[in-house]
Unconditional design. Sequence first.
Length: 208
Amino acid sequence: MKHKTILRYISILLLFTFINCTQTKKEKVQEIPIEKNKEIEITKEIDSIQILDSIERSAIKKPAKKTTKPGLYFLTDLIGKYPTQENIFDNKYLAKRLKNIKRFNFDNMKRDWNTENPLTIKNQIIHSSGCRAHSCPDSGYELFVDLKNDNINIYFFMGNTLRVYKEKGWITLPKLYQDEIDIKMENAKIGSTSDDLTSKYSINPKKK
């Protein structure tokens, strides 16, 4: 009888131990996928952040590269500004073309162009005037740049004379510019038969 009691006790103990081990294994089995799920969720969150970061970066517009306008068109960005202040005669392209105009002395113009008017534009023709400070009648220049026909004319007033230097031929001036030249010619006594031939040429013409 005593022996049976011991066996029964051992059986109960073994059963309890088996049940306890089984529960422990279940807990371990349950713990593993939970940790893995957490890792998967964290990985997904990281991936989402990276994707959003990539989208935000692509949405940021890079500053557009400044494009250089071809030929003489760089002057269109300088309308209303003064030629020497913008150093247009140091522009290699413009300087080369002016130097290549037959019989025209570019260096003299650049030296004497120190009193000036701002650049203007009319019918795709750009214009500015410049002269030697305090001596405009002796050294006055009118610059005309025809963008449409890619041509340059320089009017050079010197006392009672006027010389026009043409790169490719005459530029037909808009009425506004032609009227200005006519007044300057009159003030400079170009073609006058009067005894008084004192030139009144000025880059800011005022008809009397």
